[in-house]
Design a protein around this ligand. Structure first.
Ligand code: PRP
Length: 184
């Protein structure tokens, strides 16, 4: 038997276990594979938070999708959305006449997504749909139709599985809730 033990990084309270996340991603992958069977999309991951979700989601999809990345920043290092969106890194693929599926880790106010959708529309894609792992809809300020949602989560600060607290804890395998007073 191996004597290797995984180091434990623990913070906050577990909201979604890695098993719950994996199970939901399997379901989303099956739906996306079916819905796009005849027209595999370009899946656009919004960095940084979306990278782990994208990596697991694409492996649950069995049609020949393509992948591209976009990095935007809306929060800085704070815990509340500033509503100001900046493109830090743009797509590398041409999306004209292509079906686009934006993959996000979390939607809060909706400002980031609104900006990204409007920006992508100017490039004349065939369609733009949204897949988000988490929907913290209690914080919504701009209504956006979400096509695939992993989980609706309460209006609490969440970390792990790609989501950060001042750039840390993205590597937690689960999604945790951290209370204001626990923030180190
Ligand atoms: C998060 C998340 C979304 C955005 C959602 O990104 O990944 O892109 O905030 O917030 P909104 O709905 O209020 O606009 P963040 O700016 O924290 O960057 P990160 O992905 O690099 O952590």
């Amino acid at each position: 038997m191996s004597t290797l033990r995984r180091p434990k990084l623990k913070i906050g309270k577990v909201l979604l276990t890695k098993e719950q996340i994996a199970e939901r991603i399997e379901e989303l992958g099956i739906r996306i594979s079916k819905d796009y069977a005849d027209n595999p999309p370009i899946m656009v991951s919004v960095l940084k938070g979306g990278f782990i979700f994208l990596a697991d989601l694409v492996r649950a999809i069995d049609i020949p999708i393509e992948i591209d990345f976009m990095e935007v920043s809306s929060y800085g290092n704070g815990t509340v959305s500033s509503g100001v969106v900046r493109i830090l890194e743009d797509l590398s693929l041409n999306i004209e006449e292509r079906h686009i599926l934006i993959v996000e880790d979390i939607i809060d106010t909706g400002h980031t997504l609104r900006y990204i959708i409007d920006n992508l529309e100017t490039r004349h894609p065939k369609s733009v749909k949204i897949c988000t792992l988490l929907d913290r809809r209690g914080r919504r300020e701009v209504e956006i139709p979400l096509d695939y949602v992993g989980f609706v989560v309460p209006d609490k600060f969440v970390i792990g599985y790609g989501l950060d607290l001042a750039q840390k804890y993205r590597n937690l395998p689960y999604i945790g809730i951290i209370e204001e007073e626990e923030i180190p």
